[in-house]
Design a protein around this ligand. Structure first.
Ligand code: 6GU
Length: 267
């Protein structure tokens, strides 16, 4: 049976999600029911006449804080109490989202883990998009099960982060990408930056595609691509070597780079 993932997204700005979910791979995954995104408008769970979702912080200071009542009402109204699946708060204070976290969440969403309890594991993921200066701390303490940030910078809200997370998780589900090797070769899938890509024409404005790619020698092509990935990672993201999986041949190639500090990228 086709694996599928359901996201319940709690937000004050559901309209942000529509255009992207109607685009390209997201749209196709939804049409094939591999992906379901349910958008829940937190404002609809307010009970006051003016549908207020934020308030001033206790203790003073600037900014507004998301009130707990509508958030609890929305999440518990949709997911039950306690929530029937993990609830992830998107916040700059969360753990940083990486390909490893995307894989972990894809596993959770699909119940792919091979541990014994995997059958009772969640099929769904819920995302809570923070807005304003923050969310009342009791939401974090008593409702949320995980907190994720997409990087060390500040956005005005968690909506874009939620779309980033959905995109990165969905494309790992078998059958979402047209070419099943797509997700395997990616930058970061192997822990390295990806090798350079070329398509026709073989000469564009006098700039040639590397001969090796036209050679038809797939062993040579594979070796060249691996070396390019190692070279780029060494030049741009040496921090990735701390966790990348390297073969003896990879290590020898990297050792050969040590004496060539001036090496240019496509050399
Ligand atoms: Cl998840 N939310 C906000 N507001 N800013 C961010 C973020 C999330 N991740 C990085 N910056």
């Amino acid at each position: 049976m086709q694996k599928a993932v359901i996201f319940d997204v709690f937000t004050l700005f559901p309209e942000v999600f529509e255009p992207y979910l109607h685009t390209s791979i997201m749209q196709r995954a939804r049409q094939r029911e591999i992906l379901t995104v349910r958008l829940h408008y937190i404002r609809q769970w307010t009970t006051d006449r003016h549908h207020v979702t934020d308030d001033e912080p206790y203790g003073g200071g600037g900014g507004m804080v998301m009130k707990p009542e509508p958030v609890f009402a929305a999440v518990e109204g949709v997911l039950g109490s306690p929530p029937a699946c993990p609830l992830i708060l998107l916040t700059p204070q969360g753990r940083v989202f990486t390909q490893a976290v995307a894989r972990e969440l894809a596993g959770v969403a699909l119940r792919l883990e091979d541990d014994a309890q995997s059958d009772e594991g969640p099929r769904r993921l819920a995302l809570l998009c923070g807005r304003y200066e923050g969310v009342d701390e009791r939401v974090r303490q008593h409702l949320v099960s995980d907190e994720i940030s997409i990087g060390d910078y500040v956005l005005t809200g968690g909506e874009l982060a939620a779309l980033v997370l959905i995109d990165a998780v969905v494309r790992l589900i078998p059958g979402v990408l047209g070419d099943p090797s797509g997700a395997i070769d990616d930058s970061h899938a192997s822990g390295l930056i990806e090798y350079p890509h070329f398509t026709r024409p073989a000469v564009f404005r006098g700039w040639n595609v590397p001969d090796v790619l036209l050679s038809g020698d797939h062993a040579r092509i594979d070796r060249w691509r691996r070396e390019q990935a190692l070279l780029r990672t060494w030049q741009r993201r040496p921090d990735l070597f701390e966790t990348a999986l390297l073969s003896e041949e990879d290590r020898e190639f990297l050792a050969s780079l040590q004496g060539n500090e001036g090496l240019r990228l496509e050399d």
